[in-house]
Ligand binder design. Structure first.
Ligand code: HEM
Length: 473
């Protein structure tokens, strides 16, 4: 953690690299960790141009440029072919990597499943996952170190299985899929962002045999889930969950539903985007609360008051204001997806500079969320900031953890509900204490994680007040 002029230490932030380095050093730093490979000036710049013999990249921090790329003309800044190639073994033709007409059709079918009203339907499954997590952690809440990212991964995957396929992570297929995802990450920290930058082929690692093998295992398990569900839908016995909703929603333009194979491609990204990101955000939120016990007590007091362990209602969510503000601030400081990579499809002019077609266009929530010319106290932890004029302004123009515009995360409302509820449930049950001898340090893998994990000590607050599954609405 870095020194801070005031009494409160700042949350961890990687030391930026030196201002001038060779292309070779940059590529090496980049492959190791994209966050510490960047110079400090990017936290002040409106735009940065990187010119190399192989490619040109434009990192856009100017809110007007971000707006142009993400909201005004997203079709002119498609996802790059390299992202497709990087993720194809696992995701096939998933909505995350397609462009154009195919992508539009996929969103027309997927989006209704995540509309506001549906949140109420999946809320009990989120609660059940929270109850299960409190149960798992109760056995380890004896002040011994707990690596909390592993726990939040487990929990977020449980939420996805329960809401998508009405099955807990203990189910045989769910457990096998979760294990396969972990093996896949080990085989290739997926979208180590180095793999998606336009480095020449010799600087990029090809897919290893292990990567392809673990991707195959995941896809086989997902195909099995989708085929079983298709049969249940046909038999009229399918549960009312997200998978059924998506598989029975016709494209309003063509009237066609997803084939089972198309659905399997989408399920891959729901598992991946839905669990990696939420796990990262929840892990950092818990770490921040351990660093700032005054906020932890605020969240705990609110959760004690608002969450009745015998009776949980969807309306409780809107009253968990402190938990929501902490979750939001955690995603400001540690946006789970640190950068979005696009490609300029036609000639552009950015801030009076010519941008050639094919150039990489990078929108970086990591830098935008800590921009020194936009945010007050950009590196400080202050969940109350969102109630200030500066925080409100930045929320509108410089806060994009879920991206923005047409390609905004369809799971954003789902993820905000999940993060807020689970944070409140966990802090209501346990006190989380940081371990100064094992500080966390952010690095970018697929999502922003801690280099050596996040270790916290847990102690129970009040065993009598633990939430119960039967309390679900
Ligand atoms: C804290 C949790 C989450 C965060 C921070 C997050 C963030 C994001 C971001 C930034 C993108 C766009 C990436 C880009 O444009 O390059 C995205 C896309 C996506 N997310 Fe999420 N996400 C979260 C949770 C979820 C959940 C729970 C689901 C579904 C269950 C989900 C499903 C998707 C899908 C399908 C896409 C692709 C959308 C498209 O390209 O049109 N996400 N997410």
């Amino acid at each position: 953690m870095r020194d801070h002029a005031g009494p409160r230490p700042l949350p961890p932030k990687p030391e930026p690299r030196k201002e001038r380095v060779s292309l070779w050093t940059y590529a090496r730093l980049f492959r190791r960790d994209i966050l510490s490979a960047q110079p400090a000036r990017l936290y002040r710049a409106w735009m940065a141009e990187f010119r190399t013999p192989f490619f040109r990249s434009y990192l856009c921090n100017d809110p007007d440029l971000v707006d142009l790329v993400l909201k005004q003309r997203p079709r002119d800044f498609p996802k790059s072919e390299r992202i497709r190639v990087g993720l194809k073994p696992l995701l096939g033709d998933s909505v995350f990597i397609t462009n154009g007409d195919l992508w539009e059709r996929q969103r027309r079918i997927i989006d209704p499943a995540f509309e506001g009203g549906r949140l109420r339907t999946v809320f009990p499954a989120m609660w059940d996952a929270g109850v299960a997590a409190v149960g798992r952690l109760s056995a380890r809440a004896d002040a011994r170190p707990v690596e909390i990212e592993a726990e939040t991964s487990h929990l977020a995957m449980d939420v996805i299985f329960r809401t998508l396929f009405s099955m807990p992570i203990e189910h045989e297929i769910a457990g096998a899929a979760f294990a396969a995802f972990r093996d896949h990450q080990k085989a290739q920290p997926i979208v180590n962002l180095g793999a998606v930058l336009p480095l020449p082929r010799w600087m990029r690692a090809p897919h290893s045999r292990a990567t392809r093998a673990t991707a195959r295992t995941i896809r086989t398990l997902i195909a099995q889930l989708c085929e079983t569900r298709a049969a249940e839908i046909a038999a009229g016995t399918a549960p009312d969950d997200l998978a059924t909703k998506i598989m029975t929603t016709p494209d309003p333009e063509t009237g066609q539903t997803f084939s089972t194979g198309e659905m399997a491609d989408q399920v891959g990204i729901f598992f991946l985007a839905g669990h990696e990101t939420s796990a990262s955000a929840l892990g950092w939120a818990l770490y921040l609360l351990a660093l700032y016990p005054d906020w932890q007590e605020r969240v705990a007091a609110e959760a004690m008051q608002e969450i009745d362990p015998d009776k949980i209602y969807f309306s409780t969510l809107s009253r968990l204001r402190d938990a929501r503000a902490v979750f939001r601030e955690a995603m400001r400081l540690y946006p789970p997806v640190p950068m979005y990579v696009r490609e300029a499809a036609c000639p552009e002019t950015f801030r009076e500079r010519a941008v050639r077609p094919g150039s990489q266009v990078i929108v970086s929530p990591w830098h935008l969320h800590r921009h020194e010319r936009l945010w007050d106290d950009p590196d400080g932890f202050d969940p109350d900031r969102f109630a200030t004029p500066n925080g409100k302004q930045c929320l509108r123009s410089a806060y994009i953890p879920f991206s923005a515009g047409a390609r905004v995360c369809p799971g954003s409302a789902f993820a905000m509900a999940e993060g807020t509820l689970l944070l409140a449930m966990l802090v209501r049950a346990f006190r989380f204490e940081a371990m100064p001898e094992r500080p966390a340090m952010p690095v970018a893998h697929l999502t922003v994680r801690s280099r050596d994990g996040i270790f916290l000590r847990l102690t129970p607050r009040d065993a009598a007040a633990l939430p119960r599954t039967e309390a679900r609405p």
